[in-house]
Design a protein around this ligand. Structure first.
Ligand code: NAD
Ligand code: MN
Length: 360
């Protein structure tokens, strides 16, 4: 039997609730299919941990994480710690330290889920976010604090290497989808340097993928196209900041932020990749037992696929869809179900699957 070593980092708020649900579904899947085994180790790195120890990741923490096949992550963010401290303390050191430069965010309206768009059923997108540089490169500074001449800069850094590899990744992914259509999203009318580099490199790389149809959109226009013409979009590639925003919009248009999954991939597999729901720690519903675990289940399916467990990933995805179709919905989807009810529905659906793994 294949064994995969998973590092589990629940983090803060509903991160701990949805990850517990995710692990329950993964366990049900492993024991039901009998085709793989997960060996998990929990890491308590959270904002409470930070307040106690002064850091999120202890000395040697990344070296330890490097020995795992994948990282299963909840969320980080607390009302006791400024958001930029928690984000830069836990999530970004992992993404950047492990060169997880390709952030993949699928969006689709699952059966039984209502989109705020009348034509929401047409949504079947993958948002590809550059995850290692750009606006979140961490460059910038502040001077003259408190004075009227105070300056704060936030420098977006784009390297040819960084831009080319995310475009190649996007073309490779688009090529595997039925429609083979990739939309380049930038803001190269207003931003003349890094964004024009994005445009130029995109069309250079495009020459190697004549089978992939391409077009381009400015990021502001892209928001309207997502709402008004969802069927015109297949895969989109955008910068760290732009795709961060577009993927939250994609999540809302597909029914709820509680559904949207993401994979932070190191495509070369030099380092482990990290799988997490897109959402944050959701202070307003923490501890109420009503967080939607669907995004975490979906990201677990992406993790299984990454680990080579395609058939188990398909079984899990089918179970998720059976649960959403049956109307077991948490309040974010307009229902009254609790996290535990959705988890139960997914685990039941897994156990109702033919005992043999479904064909890949
Ligand atoms: P959020 O995603 O935590 O919440 C936004 C809204 O969506 C809230 O109303 C919340 O209740 C709802 N929501 C989110 N996930 C849900 C789920 N699974 N089920 C039902 N409803 C859900 O975003 P925010 O409020 O902007 O941020 C809260 C904290 O989380 C901040 O500290 C922020 O920095 C952090 N954050 C972390 C990550 C991450 O770890 N990757 C991502 C986004 C935000
Ligand atoms: Mn975000």
């Amino acid at each position: 039997m294949r064994t995969h070593k998973i590092a589990v980092i629940p983090g803060d708020g509903i991160g701990t609730e949805v990850l517990a649900a995710g692990l329950e579904a993964l366990e049900a899947l492993a024991s039901h299919t009998g085709s793989f085994k997960l060996v998990t180790e929990h890491f308590p790195w959270s904002s409470d941990y930070y307040l106690k120890h002064g850091h999120y990741i202890p000395e040697g923490g990344l070296a330890k994480l490097k020995t795992f096949d994948a990282i299963f992550f909840g969320a980080v963010g607390s009302q006791q710690v400024p958001d930029h401290v928690s984000l830069w303390g836990l999530r970004l050191p992992i993404c950047q330290g492990f060169d997880q430069y390709a952030n993949v965010r699928p969006a689709r309206v699952l059966p039984g889920v209502k989109s705020p768009l009348v034509n929401g059923k047409e949504i079947d997108w993958v948002v590809i976010r550059e995850n290692s540089e750009g606006e979140y490169a961490g460059m910038g500074g502040r001077s003259h604090r408190g004075l009227p001449i105070e300056v704060g800069t936030e420098v977006a850094v784009f390297t040819r290497t960084g831009v080319e590899r995310i475009h190649r990744f996007a073309f490779e992914l688009a090529r595997k989808r039925p429609r083979k259509h990739l939309t380049l999203v930038t803001k190269s009318n207003a931003q003349r340097f890094g964004m024009v580099l994005w445009d130029e490199v995109f069309f250079e790389v495009a020459k190697d993928y004549p089978d992939v149809k391409t077009d381009r959109e400015l990021v502001d226009a892209m928001t309207t196209r997502m709402v008004l013409k969802p069927a015109s979009i297949d895969v989109m590639v955008a910068t760290n900041l732009h795709a961060d925003i577009l993927s939250d919009l994609a999540a809302a248009l597909s029914g709820s932020l509680g559904i949207a999954p993401t994979a932070n991939l190191n495509p070369e597999r030099t380092f482990p990749s990290m799988f997490e729901p897109i959402h944050g720690s959701a202070f307003d519903i923490t501890g109420k037992g009503i967080a939607n675990p669907t995004a975490t289940f979906w990201t677990a399916a992406m993790m299984l696929e990454h680990l080579g467990e395609e058939s188990a990933a398909k079984t899990l995805m089918a179970a998720i869809e059976k649960a959403t179709a049956s109307g077991v919905h948490t309040p974010d989807l307009g229902g009254k179900a609790r996290t535990a009810d959705v988890t139960q529905a997914v685990c039941d659906a897994i156990r109702a699957t033919a005992a043999k793994p479904v064909a890949a």
